[in-house]
Design a protein around this ligand. Structure first.
Ligand code: K1U
Ligand code: ZN
Length: 177
């Protein structure tokens, strides 16, 4: 079990575009394990590899009820390799999003209500899912991370600048301490 430190706003790493994964090597399997450990420990319901400083297109998710309640039982972890949105609905839905890289900051974000996502699983098998609700929101949030996009990018410039400044100040304070 390895819990890795999270990359926090305004670290420029969060703006990197992550590279596609080729072969599913033991290193990729270990990275997926570390991501799940880190995600459950945070706790969170999703994580992109870039959030622990690894710029590759790997996402972990668990939006099961138990995971939301922070319980150990009945976990439903899913690993997405090279996930891609192949279709999104015209209908939108709004959800109060959070981000482990922007701790304790939540805002409503509007996104397509339903998406189809293609990806490979850890066995290298091609998969496609159709998602709605929290799963659709979370998948879009994590795929955005792979492209250097954060949920604050969907907010007004005023809100985005305010939160970025707040985290920049905190980072400066922490580095001086
Ligand atoms: O990518 C991340 O930073 C993880 C993020 C995922 C996410 C949450 C909500 C909407 C969209 C994407 C989180 O997991 S934030 C933490 C969180 O939402 C949560 C934590 C514990 C229990 C339930 C939810
Ligand atoms: Zn996030």
């Amino acid at each position: 079990m390895a819990i890795r430190p999270l990359v926090i706003l305004p670290d420029p790493m969060l703006r990197k575009v992550s590279a596609p994964i080729g072969d599913i090597t033991p290193e990729i399997r270990k990275l997926a394990e570390d991501m799940l450990d880190t995600m459950y420990d945070a706790p969170g319901i999703g994580l992109a590899a870039i959030q622990i400083g690894e710029p590759v297109r790997l996402v972990t998710l668990d939006v099961s009820k138990k995971a939301e309640e922070g319980e150990q039982q009945a976990r439903e972890p899913v690993v997405f390799i090279n996930p891609e949105v192949t279709w999104s609905s015209k209908e939108l839905s709004s959800y109060e999003e959070g981000c482990l890289s922007i701790p304790e900051y939540y805002e409503e974000v509007e996104r397509p209500a339903r998406v189809k996502v293609s990806y490979r699983d850890l066995d290298g098998k091609a998969q496609e899912i159709e998602a709605d609700g929290l799963l659709a929101t979370c998948l879009q949030h994590e795929i955005d991370h792979l492209n250097g996009v954060l949920f604050i990018d969907y907010l007004s410039r005023l809100k985005r600048e305010r939160v970025t400044k707040r985290f920049a100040k905190a980072a400066k304070r922490d580095s001086a301490a």
